[in-house]
Each structure stands twice: as structure tokens, then as C-alpha cells.
Design a protein around this ligand. Structure first.
Ligand code: AMP
Length: 632
């Protein structure tokens, strides 16, 4: 048995001893009474009875040793702002922001919704929220008003924090007006107060008297105020992060506090190899789980400087990320395969222009890492390139190679082995039996899930069980909704989702949500959205829509105009990231005799593949129409 296998085995067979030792990585205000409380499966409580605080561990705890060290380095290639904050400055900004929130009545357990571009204030806001024992819900800035409204309705925040605008590729994207729309839509769940960070990018945003407050003014008013840390029980929720599933309604993934801090701190040693005082550069966005775990919490808990970047990877030129690695001597970099595929298309000289000797490893996650991209970047950088497989639900990697435990070889196309703490199995979807080596199965985790994984679906314990633990009636195992396969050395390969979730440039989207947005257009009677392979983005959504008035199909101009309108509808409801690459109009969708749309067959045809098993098909006309549409 290799050292790593032994390490993993211990984490599964003796979880209390294993995680009990790991818990020493963070500060506990009050010691826990039990490492693992597991009397109500699949719910579990890690470090029950212990009191801690995420913000204290990320900020205050470092003041004694590293107050003058950089904590947050901010670079925006959109606005040209470049600014560094030491741990002392971070403490001041965060504890002041927390005092501002407190003055607005925010306290333990209240929700604070953060809808922000990548600016330092977004991170101050997250840390300030957890400082007070309040619960943040960060909504990705690329989501439009209807998506934002659903999240407001579900989380019912007391306070919403936003900015006038974000910027992308030199284009100003107004945020505040979307917030106003979403607040209207959310009705009684709308936040009592809105704090606006005005960057001066958009035209003077409308300020609703009695509700909207200007951050700069509040900051002046509370200049000398500092909010104390609110100690919370280890299982107190730190945040909610919404993620797409099979239904049209996103799920609020709820995360704990102590378990999350311990798990993240452990990954910095065992997976990332980042050390206090070094710079960690994650190119993600705070709207996603990678941003929560590896822009904000893990680097700061570990006493590192986190490099926060606003902008595109190729602006002002395709060397920008490498230039930042050189300038700030980043030792760990975390990105997504899509971004690397974009960089791969540029002149390789951009990579050679800079001194990248500080970089020890590059981590990629969020979507399958294709072999050509992995090969290219490994040979260019000549450092380990590690594929991390995980999900919003888990909060930290489930499959990878843990070089900090034992450097083991990587294999192209495979993220690697089950990470310590995760009892990962590949199960036959019908029998629930473990599948033999080389056979496809559902990636499942035998509970208890390790520290830091989702605690429940926000305010919907039943949905937590029915969504994630109901693959097999008699056994409560966690389903990842991904297919996988394993080789004789135990290395996994991911084969795609078992459900209707698609992955566009590393962003997870539910096809049902997009279908609901398309159906919102008055001309559409019915629609099926599928994810279709794309060389750059991994997958893109394509819509197959049935019109209420099929006569439109006879007029190519009207048809083209309608396609544009439908795409615009999705952009206005969900945000441009969900835009269908194409909208095809058909008279009929292929369905089973029981009326279920055959999405898999549509997807296969759209990708130029065989449509598969058609024994349940009701009428071949729909399928023929799809075939003709994609071939036209
Ligand atoms: P999200 O919750 O948005 O991070 O999306 C999680 C999903 O993205 C997983 O269930 C997988 O389908 C996919 N995914 C994440 N990381 C990887 C990876 N390294 N390789 C293949 N698929 C991945």
C-alpha cells in the first residue's frame, strides 16, 4: 500500500482521529466536544460544540505574526486599479464593514446577499458577514435579474450589497439597475437595505430613499468603528451558494463554519502546497465555489496573500496572467480549462516573456481537462499541472493527486485518486453494486461526508436527502450526478453528468432553467435545451423550440429575428452565460410514448452522433426535424 493509500484509508476508517488532528490547524475559541456527531444520517456535525469564526481565522489570527504582510492584492485590467492590502489593512476594512452592517441591524444568522463585481469590497463584505455570524449568499455578477430574484426570494436577505457596475472587456455592465428589478420581483423577500459601492463606472444609479445607502458615506461615518468577532458553533452556517440542478429552481448549498475552515486549511498543505507569506493566484470569480474556497478563505486562513483579478485573460494582452505571476511571485495558481484553451490559441511567446520560476504547480477545475490542453500547458510550464474534480456541494476537491501527502504520477485525462476524507465509490446505477475496474458507474460517496461539504439545502432538509441521497432506496449514499470510470491503479476519469446539468466554460447551468427562460417568450410553445460539445467552452446550450405559430418558419427573416429575440430573452432573465448558441425551430420535439422529451437523442444529433436507443420513441417526425434543423 502506498503512503497515500494508507493516508486515505486512515481518513476513512478512523475519521475522528484523522480530523481531530487536522482541527488543530485553526483557532477554536471554545474546544469542540465531539469530532463527529453522526446520529442522524446523512446529516453530520463536525467538531460539535466547538466555537470558532471564519473571519477570525482568515484575518485577525494573522495580526500577531503578519500584520504588515500582503493579504489581498487586487489587480483590475479593466479599470487599471492595482492595490495591495496588508493583513492589518484587511482587518480594518473588514471590521469596519462589519460595524456598518451591524448598524443596519445585521446580526447572527441574518442573510447578506452580495451581488458584486471582482472588487476588494466584495471580499471585505464576505469576511464582514461571517465576522458577525451572519450568512452570505454571493450571486455571480453575470446573472441577470430573474436569477438574482429567485436567490433573493429563497435566502430572504436583510441586506444586499452591490456596486454600480462591473466591467468586462472594456464594457461597463450596470449592476444596480438589475438589483432594482430583482428587488421588485422578489416582493416581500426583498432586502430591507441595499449598500452600493459606487465605482463611478455607470451613470449615477437611482438611489431609493430609506433603502439604498452609499458605501463611501457609511465608511466615512463609521471610520473608527470596529465590530467584534461573533463566535459561532462549528456547524453554524457560514454561507449559502446557489447551484443549478435538474429542476428550474437552484438549490441553496449550505456550508458550515468549523469543518470548512479545517478542510480548507488541510488542502493547502496536502493538495496545493501553499505556504504562509506566499501568493496564491486563483483566476476564478467570487460568484463560484472556487472563488469562495480558493480566492477568499483557504489562502487567507493559510496566511497567504490572495491575488484577486478583474478582467479577461487576454486583455490588455495574453501575457497578463503570467506577468502577474512574475510580479507577485505567485507560487500556486488555480484556473479553469476553458481559460487555458483560450490562452493556448495565443502566441506561445506570451508565456515565455515572463519569469515564472516562483510557480510550483497549476491547478485546474470545474470542467473536464482535455488531454491536448493538459499536455500543452504541462510542457510549457514544466511544473505539475493538477486536475481537481469537485462540486459546489463539496467545497473542496474530491478527486486529485495529493502531492503534499505523496507525489504520485498524474495521468492525462484523469483528475486522479479519491481525496482523503472522501470514501468515493463507482456504483452501478440500478443495482448500487460497486462496478469493476474499467466499467462505467455513478461517482458516489459513502457518508459521512467529510468536514466542509454541504450541510443541507438551505431550509430544505428534505430536498437535501431527496436530491443527493436517494439514488438507491435502501442506502443513503451521496450521488455526485457524474459518471466515472476507474483504472487498475484507482485513477478516475469523469465521463459527464447523469442529469440534465450542463457545463459551459466551467459554469454549471441547469437546462431546465434555460428552458423556462426560453418559454417565457410569447412565441414559444415548447422547448428542449441540451448541452452540445464545444471546443473552447466544453459545452454550449442549444435550444430546440416549437412555435405557437409555425407559419413564422416560412419567413427566413422573421425566423432569424425570432432567434435573436429568444437569445435576448435568456440574457435578460438569466444572464449572457446561459445564452443558447443556437435556437432551432421545429414543429415537434422527439418524445417517448409517455411524453418525455428525448434530450439525449437531441443532444446526440446536435453533436453529429447516433441518437441511440429509440425503442421508446413515439413518433419519428420530431427526431427527423431535429436532424434536419442541425444539418441545415
Ligand atoms: P460546480 O458545482 O459548478 O463546480 O460544477 C461541478 C460539476 O462540474 C461536477 O459535477 C462535474 O460535472 C464538473 N466538474 C468539475 N470539476 C471537474 C473536473 N476536474 N473534471 C471533469 N468534470 C468536472
Amino acid at each position: 500500500m502506498s503512503d497515500y493509500q494508507e493516508f486515505h484509508r486512515r481518513s476513512i476508517e478512523q475519521p475522528e482521529a484523522f480530523w481531530g488532528a487536522e482541527a488543530a490547524r485553526i483557532h477554536w475559541h471554545k474546544p469542540y466536544t465531539q469530532v463527529l456527531q453522526y446520529d442522524n444520517p446523512p446529516f453530520r456535525q463536525w467538531f460539535a460544540g466547538g466555537e470558532t469564526n471564519l473571519c477570525y481565522n482568515a484575518v485577525d489570527r494573522h495580526l500577531a505574526e503578519r500584520a504588515e504582510q500582503a493579504a489581498l492584492i487586487y489587480v483590475s485590467s479593466e479599470t487599471g486599479v492595482e492595490q495591495s492590502y496588508t493583513y492589518r489593512q484587511l482587518y480594518e476594512e473588514v471590521s469596519r464593514f462589519a460595524a456598518i452592517m451591524q448598524a443596519q441591524g445585521v446580526g447572527k444568522g441574518d442573510r447578506v446577499l452580495i451581488y458584486m463585481p471582482m472588487i476588494p469590497e466584495a471580499i471585505f463584505a464576505m469576511l464582514a458577514t461571517v465576522r458577525l455570524g451572519a450568512i452570505h449568499s454571493v450571486v455571480f455578477g453575470g446573472f441577470a435579474s430573474a436569477s438574482l430574484a429567485t436567490r433573493i426570494e429563497d435566502a430572504a436577505p436583510k441586506l444586499l450589497i452591490t456596486a454600480d457596475a462591473g466591467m468586462r472587456g472594456g464594457k461597463v455592465i450596470a449592476y444596480k439597475s438589475l438589483v432594482d428589478e430583482a428587488m421588485e420581483l422578489a416582493g416581500s423577500a426583498a432586502a430591507d437595505k441595499v449598500i452600493l459601492v459606487n465605482r463611478g463606472l455607470a451613470e449615477a444609479p437611482m438611489m431609493k430613499p430609506g433603502r439604498d445607502l452609499d458605501y463611501a458615506t457609511l465608511r466615512e461615518q463609521h471610520w473608527n468603528d470596529r465590530a467584534e468577532v461573533e463566535w459561532v458553533e462549528s456547524n453554524h452556517p457560514s454561507y449559502i451558494l446557489y447551484t443549478s440542478g435538474t429542476t428550474g429552481k437552484p438549490k441553496g448549498v449550505q456550508r458550515d463554519t468549523g469543518g470548512y475552515a479545517v478542510a480548507l486549511a488541510s488542502t493547502m498543505e496536502y493538495i496545493y502546497g501553499g505556504k504562509p507569506g506566499e501568493t496564491y493566484f486563483s483566476t476564478s470569480d467570487i460568484g463560484w465555489v472556487v472563488g469562495h474556497s480558493y480566492i477568499v478563505y483557504a489562502p487567507l486562513i493559510s496566511g497567504m496573500a490572495t491575488l484577486v483579478y478583474e478582467g479577461l485573460p487576454i486583455r490588455p494582452d495574453p501575457g497578463i496572467w503570467w506577468q502577474l505571476v512574475e510580479k507577485y511571485r505567485a507560487t500556486v495558481m488555480f484556473s479553469a480549462p476553458t481559460a487555458l484553451r483560450v490562452l493556448k490559441k495565443q502566441d506561445p511567446e506570451w508565456l515565455h516573456k515572463y519569469d515564472l520560476s516562483s510557480l510550483r504547480a497549476l491547478f485546474l477545475a470545474g470542467e473536464p481537462l482535455d488531454e491536448p490542453t493538459a499536455e500543452w500547458i504541462s510542457s510549457e510550464l514544466k511544473i505539475p499541472v493538477l486536475d481537481n474534480y469537485w462540486q459546489t456541494e463539496t467545497g473542496w476537491p474530491m478527486l486529485t493527486v495529493c502531492n503534499g501527502v505523496q507525489p504520485l504520477p498524474t495521468k492525462l485525462g484523469s483528475p486522479g485518486l479519491p481525496v482523503y476524507g472522501y470514501n468515493v465509490k463507482l456504483l452501478n446505477e440500478t443495482t448500487g453494486e460497486e462496478v469493476p475496474v474499467g466499467e462505467k458507474g455513478v461517482i458516489a460517496v459513502i457518508p459521512p461526508l467529510p468536514p466542509g461539504c454541504m450541510s443541507t439545502v438551505w431550509r430544505q432538509d428534505e430536498r437535501f436527502i431527496s436530491t443527493y441521497f436517494s439514488l438507491f432506496q435502501d442506502r443513503k449514499v451521496y450521488s455526485s450526478f457524474d459518471w466515472g470510470i476507474r483504472d487498475a491503479d484507482g485513477y478516475f476519469t469523469i465521463l459527464g453528468r447523469t442529469d440534465d446539468v450542463i457545463n459551459v466554460a466551467g459554469h454549471r447551468l441547469g437546462t431546465r432553467e434555460i428552458e423556462e427562460a426560453v418559454s417565457g417568450h410569447a412565441a414559444i410553445a415548447e422547448v428542449a435545451v441540451v448541452g452540445v460539445h464545444d471546443t473552447l467552452k466544453g459545452q454550449v446550450p442549444q435550444a430546440f423550440a416549437v412555435l405557437r405559430d409555425p407559419s413564422v418558419l416560412k419567413d427566413p427573416e422573421k425566423k432569424a429575428a425570432l432567434e435573436k429575440e429568444v437569445i435576448a430573452k435568456v440574457a435578460s432573465q438569466l444572464g449572457a452565460i446561459a445564452n443558447p448558441a443556437r435556437v432551432y425551430f421545429v414543429n415537434q420535439l422527439p418524445k417517448t410514448r409517455s411524453g418525455k422529451v428525448l434530450r439525449r437523442s437531441i443532444q446526440a444529433l446536435a453533436e453529429g452522433r447516433d441518437p441511440g436507443d429509440l425503442t421508446t420513441l413515439d413518433d419519428p417526425t420530431g427526431l427527423e426535424q431535429v436532424r434536419e434543423a442541425v444539418q441545415s
